[in-house]
Design a binder for this molecule. Structure first.
Ligand code: SF4
Length: 369
């Protein structure tokens, strides 16, 4: 049994019709409830919930404050490689893009680490493309072992792996894995992932199950907004979250909200998610789940990030470079996508403080520190 079994009991078109048929009176009734369930979440992300944004935002703020206090966790991504054997229509690292490829060596990884430590980071997200020969399990395991004494919390966003491979990485010091389904619409998924291992929709869909079985501490979920209707994709993501929480109750979860960004070989969003829509979605998630980590990256603009701090988010990245060696080794190598918020770590730290929040740099200690 896996999420695939649950997934197959739902139909995209039926869900879409349901989400777009809610009325303001349905939403009003739902907001009167103390506990918001998955069916209610569907109504809260519908167009009918738009007039209730202020009420949802206040409730989301209160719930986040109750659960996380006045704190925001900071993390930083470190790109280790831009080599990739997949074709993804929306990514600058896609195999068919003629760009110089680079995978960081040990001394280069440590140079990047040295730079990031001067900024105060203790939570790091390692990112690679999907190239089994160069950045397979052995490379990732080695990178974790190389940096684990410098960071108490190591996450990865790399190719989906098998259960025993995840177990090896957890034993080496891995804390969390981010694996976004991109879209839960099978036909659209196929269009955007025509070649490579990533074209296997089902293998990706069941990746969080393999992670849960391997005993990972935290799993990050999300959909890439722009590929399909964001409301239906978000319902499926929430469904995935609830299934996983019930099945792997010892594991923690986070949700991210990536929107398509400009990159080499650009693809235009099929469905736009506006800033207003994104705030509505973040608030709906918080109302659905007090405990889940809600994370926002530097894909979003300065203005948006300043304003979202108080509305449900509890984790953000800063000063991100999306190119391997981007901090200290090779700042000019090609980025995966352009970031929108270019402020440095100290500026983000000050912005968070000015809103009455404290930054959490460390909330975990690993066995190597
Ligand atoms: S999204 Fe990931 S798998 Fe797809 S081309 Fe980019 S790096 Fe490769």
């Amino acid at each position: 049994m896996s999420f695939k079994n649950t997934f197959e009991t739902y139909d995209w078109d039926t869900l879409e019709k349901e989400i777009y048929s809610y009325t303001t009176s349905d939403v009003k009734q739902i907001l009167d409830k103390e506990k918001i369930g998955l069916e209610d979440f569907k109504a809260l992300i519908s167009p009918a919930a738009k007039p209730f944004l202020e009420e949802m935002a206040q409730r989301s703020h209160a719930l986040t404050k109750k659960r996380f206090g006045n704190t925001i966790q900071m993390y930083v991504p470190m790109y280790l490689s831009n080599e990739c054997q997949n074709i993804c229509t929306y990514c600058g690292f896609s195999m068919t893009n003629k760009i110089p490829r680079r995978t960081l060596k040990d001394n280069e990884i440590l140079k990047e680490v040295e730079f990031l430590k001067t900024k105060g980071y203790d939570h790091i997200l390692l990112v690679t493309g999907e190239a089994n020969k160069t950045v397979g399990v052995a490379y990732i395991k080695h990178a974790i072992a190389l940096i684990r004494e410098h960071f108490s919390n190591i996450s990865i966003e790399v190719q989906p792996l098998d259960q025993d491979e995840y177990k090896q990485l957890i034993d080496a010091g891995l804390y969390a894995v981010l694996v976004y389904q991109e879209t839960y619409h099978k036909a659209t998924y196929k269009i955007h992932h025509p070649k490579g291992k990533k074209s296997n929709f089902d293998y990706r869909l069941d990746t969080p199950d393999r992670l849960g079985k391997a005993g990972i501490h935290k799993i990050g979920l999300g959909a890439l907004f722009g590929l399909e209707d964001w409301r239906v994709d978000s319902f499926y993501t929430a469904l995935h979250l609830k299934y996983l929480q019930k099945t792997y109750w010892k594991t923690k979860f986070s949700i991210s909200f990536p929107r398509l960004r400009p990159h080499q070989g650009e693809v235009q969003p099929k469905v736009e998610i506006t800033d207003f829509d994104l705030v509505q979605l973040i608030c709906a998630y918080r109302l659905l789940d007090e405990d889940v980590e809600l994370s926002i990256s530097t894909r979003e603009s300065e203005n948006f990030r300043n304003n979202i701090i108080k509305l449900g988010i509890n984790s953000i990245s800063a000063e991100s470079k999306t190119n391997p060696g981007g901090y200290a080794v090779d700042p000019k190598s090609l980025e995966q996508f352009e970031i929108a918020d270019e402020r440095n770590t100290e500026e983000i730290h000050q912005m968070i403080k000015s809103q009455g929040y404290e930054v959490v740099w460390k909330d975990w200690t690993n066995n190597w520190q």
